[in-house]
Design a protein around this ligand. Sequence first.
Ligand code: PLP
Length: 390
Amino acid sequence: MPKISKKAQLFTESVIREMTRLCNLHNGINLSQGFPDFAAPEEMKEAACKAIRDDINQYAITWGSRNLRNAIAEKSALYNGLTVDPEKNITVCCGSTEAMIASIMATIDPGEEIIVFEPFYENYGPDGILSGAIPQYISLHEPDWSFDFNELEAKFNNRTRAIILNTPNNPTGKVFTREELSFIAALCQKWDVLAITDEIYEHLVYDGHTHVNLAALDGMADRTITINAASKTYSVTGWRVGYAIASETLTSAIRKVHDFLTVGAPHPLQEAVAVGMRFQKEYYERIAVEYLERRNYMLTALENAGFRCYKPYGAYYIMTDISEFNFPDDTTFARKLIQNVGVAVVPGSSFYHHPRDGYRKVRFAFCKKMETLQRAVDRLHDLKSRLIPF
Ligand code: PLP
């Protein structure tokens, strides 16, 4: 029998995508996977159709169409305080997922250590395994998901090659503060460590919190890879257009890996994303207000249904504690919730390297139309008496 590789045996299929499939099977409302059920901006859809009609249907330059790279550089200067040369510092990839794995493969050798904040976006686990890196986890502590500065400092050593962070954060909704990022920046410089930051939720921040770009902090431009994508900001998760911004040296390595992984992101969609990236600031202000309304609605509804919520200040998820429901674990709870109630969530264990650490948690996504959220909330009514553990 042909065998499968040791690497592939080391991780399971995505729990989040499994929940989506189970949800479809039971005709449930999908509050598990983070994709919107509302329309993408009209101008971008038009631009995508036009690009195809204009026969922009062949490979773009491997590292991204010039038009999109120019738009990324303009937007990065405007919103992120970054000076980015589109010819030297940008690699357009198939979503931020590919930008992350290409960046890790381009910079980390097997046996080197990477520091990862936990709970973490589930892709970072397999990303580490595929690159042969050894993850060192640093806990984000409830209820505010802060981390212990001394504990972080103790994780850095001569084998540390990179730190991976995601702000605003999935699944916790934490927005890393300037003070926290400055501390991380100082450690990176002290230990000659690279920072890889996933900033895909940069425009979704609430309650006066602000998104700070690590790469814009003193001394960090050349030792940070900033990962981002059109997926969340423009509600086009299926278009698969993301990018990595880095120094010229790092970028040339990322571009090589990217070239042989995927060649390039879909060319007509790159042109359409360039249109979105040139939207005025009102667009970003509007989506933040709309998401805030969804967050507030779901926070109240979930508390009423018996969940203890960790209020998110960024991104579009609510991490909750399910202790009140007396279930043996999060996965049993999530399966029952789909089968008996028709609402899909993600079991908390998928965000921890020791699954037990997430047994008392599930994550809700609120990137849905208000009417979808209202239908889900209707189903959660009187939940405790309807959701029996065994
Ligand atoms: N990074 C984070 C933190 C995410 O939450 C997600 C999707 O949920 C992704 C990356 C995936 O992004 P993309 O669809 O651009 O690959």
